[in-house]
Design a protein. Structure first.
Length: 317
């Protein structure tokens, strides 16, 4: 790695994703700018994950297996990797996603120019395994690689253009630690909090090209969780944290950018139900929540060509 660029650690939590590991880890290892370490934390998998990680590590000295004796859960396992990592910057990989060539080099080059940024992010191509739908997320935030201040992020949010996909995000370590790492009680929304809180404090670097592939599976942590009654409890924890004194500096930016609209009508119901949450209630948020819930319904009910067109109109303009 070039001595002029910051040190990068990669953390990859894994639980029973052995069939994806060769692809995901190969894409990380083959990056033009190599990280100083790739920590793969196996959370007591019951498939052949450990054997696969050991084989890959034997061929690549950068890769290190960290094997949990018992299952910790997604976020505690991820936080363990964050604590063990050494880099000034960290990329949180997913065993079933894939980075594209150039992500690390382009991200760290831009972050070296703008050290005030909390992270660098890029466009990500999303793949819905069940429907075969594909679309780009976080497209159109800027026309060229740049730094976006917190104020600029709010303006993008008001235009419906603010999205941070953690599958393509290289985090600066310190702002992530300040945000409390990945809060276990936020479950499948912990990555949203870990991205948006630092971003709205310090700004982000942005690369307007697709540098990661994110795969949506019906059995994923997020898809399984949001269909349960626990989802409202998780959203309540999220709103509690955003309403707390620790987030008082960014609460107005959360409100003005309407980024909570990503959670759709369920979060709108919660915001309207409690006085302390109503600081986030705006006409723009109502509109965004309804649009988001409409999008989720359209993906299920529309014929595939129409659903594909709707997603492109929503996200790719």
């Amino acid at each position: 790695m070039s001595s002029s660029l910051p040190a990068l650690s990669v953390v990859v939590p894994n639980y029973n994703h052995g069939k994806y590991l060769d692809t995901s880890l190969s894409a990380i290892i083959k990056q033009s700018l190599r990280p100083i370490e790739v920590l793969v934390l196996d959370d007591a998998s019951t498939d052949d994950s450990v054997e696969i990680i050991k084989r890959i590590a034997a061929q690549n000295p950068l890769v290190r297996l960290i094997q949990n004796e018992k299952n910790l859960g997604v976020m505690p396992n991820l936080n363990k990797g964050l604590e063990l990592s050494c880099g000034d910057y960290v990329y949180i990989g997913s065993a079933d996603d894939e980075v594209q060539p150039g992500l690390f080099e382009k991200s760290l080059t831009l972050l070296a120019r703008y050290p005030q940024a909390a992270m660098s992010c890029s466009v990500s191509e999303w793949h819905d395994a069940a429907s075969g739908l594909r679309w780009f997320m976080a497209a159109g935030m800027a026309e060229k690689p740049c730094y976006l201040s917190p104020q600029e992020l709010v303006r993008l949010g008001r235009r419906g253009k603010l999205l941070i996909v953690t599958a393509s995000a290289v985090f600066k370590r310190q702002p992530l630690l300040e945000a409390g790492r990945f809060h276990p009680e936020l479950r499948w929304h912990a990555d949203w909090f870990a991205a948006f809180v630092p971003a709205l404090r310090y700004g982000v670097c942005y690369i307007p090209e697709p540098l990661s592939d994110f795969y949506l599976y019906s059995t994923s942590f997020y898809n399984r969780g949001r269909k349960t009654g626990e989802h409202f409890q998780v959203l309540t924890h999220l709103l509690d944290k955003l309403s707390s004194p620790a987030c008082s500096d960014i609460a107005p930016r959360i409100r003005d950018s309407a980024v909570l609209g990503l959670f759709g009508v369920p979060v709108l119901r919660l915001i309207m139900s409690r006085r302390e949450y109503r600081q986030f209630l705006t006409p723009l948020l109502v509109s965004r929540c309804c649009r988001r819930s409409g999008e989720l319904v359209a993906k299920k009910l529309l014929p595939r060509p129409l659903a594909q067109l709707a997603l492109r109109l929503l996200y790719n303009q």
